[in-house]
Design a protein around this ligand. Sequence first.
Ligand code: BGC
Ligand code: NOJ
Length: 822
Amino acid sequence: MKFGYFDDQNREYVIQRPDTPLPWINYLGNENYFGIISNTAGGYSFYQDARLRRLTRFRYNNAPLDVGGRYLYIRDNQAQMNGDSLYWSPSWQPVCRTLDQYACHHGLGYTRINSQKCQIECQAVYFIPLGQDFEFWNFQITNHRKEPADLSLFSAVEFCLWDAWDDQTNFQRNLSIGEVEVEKGVIYHKTEYRERRDHYAFLACSHSVVGYETQREAFLGPYRGWDSPQVLESGQTSQSLSPGWQPVGVQKVNLALKPGETARVIFMLGYQKVDRDQKFTDPDLQVINKKPVQKKIKDYLNGEFLDESIQDLKRSWDSLLDIFQVNTPDVHVNRLVNIWNPYQVMATFNFSRSASYFESGIGRGMGFRDSNQDLLGFVHLIPERARERILDLAATQLEDGRAYHQYQPLTKRGNDAVGSDFNDDPLWLVLSVAAYLKETADWTILEELVPYDNQPGTEEPLYSHLLQSLEFTLDHLGPQGLPLIGRADWNDCLNLNCFSSDPGQSFQTTTNQGGRTAESVFIAGLFILAAREMIPICEIFADPDSALRYIKQADKMEETVWDQGWDGNWFIRAFDDFGAPVGSKVCQEGQIFIEPQGICVMAGLGLRNGKARKALDAVTNRLATDHGLVLLQPAYSRYYLNLGEISSYPPGYKENGSIFCHTNPWIMIAEALLGNGDAALDYYLRINPSAREEISEIHRCEPYVYAQMIAGRDAPTHGEAKNSWLTGTAAWNFVAVTQWILGIRPDYQGLIIAPVLPSGWDGFQVKRTFRGTIYNITITRVGPGSDLQVIVNGSEIPGTLIPQPDPGVKDLEVLVKVGSPG
Ligand code: BGC
Ligand code: NOJ
């Protein structure tokens, strides 16, 4: 069952009924000011950091779902409904009165909600103009009645007192500190501005504001919710202004519409920073300096600027997406690769795992491992921002190569509360830097001086950070010569040193064992992959000694994996604190894990000796379901002290045997490395959200983005997705499908074109901008088999790497013939 449809032409997903199985969201914003918005206008806004600078309040995990948003109410001042006053929300929530028509269009950086009720048609477009720290709500309303309509429109937001954690916990203080000012209909939220803050929020309106509220209870009335505000019932505002309690921004606008008349009302909600020495126009009265906002209102709060800025936003997305456009026989591939997957990758780049409808914006900042992986799918979009991110990440590395597991986006400092010791972390930096170099050939990044732990005086070239990352693994080997796992590796829930029986302890940060025994085969595979990525970097960077060292160390680690980490038919996952294998046939539960099968084959293990094929066959036989590949089998049915959080989940959920989507593209890449395009595409389509759209009532999450997990075969809700949007699945699927199935793969010396063409496809076309040159690529099957013949501007080249053309070459015509003709 579907709840909407893809409008590929306009790059929108159109939701046709408001009561989707879960709120289906979109993101607004691109640089500093951001918002989350659901299909019924729920969500919130923040500046840079969803925890530390939150503008509006949202109630996570609430009943009813999705409370807190950018609300609008229409009040029909003449009509009544069953004796009550008649009012509704044009976005359905929060009033939830049935609408005669409803459609929510989630587009790239904007959301448009259309509705009609009682012959009053409404359209609200929400977006953040490029480069601005405010959002627009562009509201249009048309009277389709034969008689005039006497209406009032109310805006409503609840302000968050900036620090979202404190806001939801420290009520003894917070219920006394809220402060606002109102001037000329503009509501200024200035809590804590009198002392240490130099910023406030504002809500402005293009129309004359005839009444307002800034106290939540004055608007709603005691014991009432957002669905039935007292002020909407009476139609009367009280101009509430006292400090404390819950500050809100509610504005009332009157609209008298003739038959057929349309009115346009624009709201502007924003963040304003003020120079510290100019914070007040009247320090004695503590009156805040509103000049910068007044200027913004004058310059921007008009239809002309708004119309231009939404066009600019659309153009900016068009040009980003234009970098990689594909035309294959499969609509789901096209849709995801051309539109939604890069769009989701942008969200993961911006927010890492911090703010979604499953991530509260409070708990997790920018993950070191996560952000490095997110870059793999992002780097071709805006390489300059990828560069900056790499340097920020590297600056949270410690001198011995370890890395802070997370950092706060506002401060860019490592998060002490979470700390370090996830032993895979540093290796991901090598992969992101390699991807950056392959995309851009900007070798200067390796010379950038980057501090350790952000400490001035400790700067070393980024190149040294990469060496440190690899050395860290080599400095932390366990008894069998495999890497020690530390708190966890990629699988945050495999906590082999945790041994926690205390419900208060965090699985992620508690270590009750010495940590000198438990080893990870996954990290071994990741080390080999990273070391082999590093070898050409060392060579090009004129450091042959290091190149030689990593050739040897990668080979040595490979030998160790074969000796210790091969179970006969697949790769073992790890060894626990007793030295016993995890993910082996000798285990009762958790006999096979997906991660080492993917990463070891990606690192090149077993490609020639048949063992990669064996491991991938084991994946097919034991882990494949119609909904994707599960993480492990059999799922753990009870809690194992020696394994940690993984066994805390009910079977089939999260790391305990769900389809943990992030891992599936590793298997697609591995299959592609073995030349098996059919299997790779098959796995790809099982989790592709568009290909799952028809089963939205089972999948439940948005059909336009990947979710972190889909409940596995052991779960009663098999096929149900959770944790949509912020997941490494986005970047890795983009890499798997574009670089390995379609085979368009940046490399140091140029662009490789080496598709593994699925047997059902005759071919496909790609337009790829790479280092300033447009590659117009046509892939066509000329016969059976997988031989590739690459013809550039009419001449055949040896191999599949198209060397970088001379500067100034604007475009290249590339023809790739697949198979051997007759
Ligand atoms: C989740 C993991 C996540 C970790 C982050 C765990 O509860 O299962 O997916 O990476 O928390 O701290
Ligand atoms: C989600 C985390 O963000 C990521 O870092 C981790 O690798 C996966 N969960 C698997 O545990």
